[in-house]
Design a protein around this ligand. Structure first.
Ligand SMILES: [Zn+2]
Length: 84
């Protein structure tokens, strides 16, 4: 990844990732899911990004979650990666 010039990146994230990004709320998921989500968020942190909720508009998709990597079909939300 090019770390010289960093700009906001708009990601497509699953609802589990949104819950933790927005509210640090893992109450709706099992421990394994929470660990996967937190690992995904940490990967972005290592790259120098903080994740924040994007526009509050969801859509149903089978697209890969760009935070935790899940392929489970479900709601996808906008999550924005902001360089620190
Ligand atoms: Zn996710």
């Amino acid at each position: 990844m090019n770390t010289v010039k960093q700009e906001n990146i708009t990601l497509t994230g699953c609802v589990d990732c949104l819950m933790i990004v927005a509210n640090d709320d893992a109450s709706g998921m099992d421990a394994e899911t929470e660990a996967t989500v937190r690992a995904g968020i940490n990967d972005w942190a290592i790259e120098g990004y903080v994740l924040v909720p994007g526009d509050d508009e969801d859509h149903f998709s089978r697209a890969r979650c760009e935070v935790c990597g899940t392929h489970l079909a479900g709601a996808r939300h906008e999550i924005v990666a902001i360089p620190r």
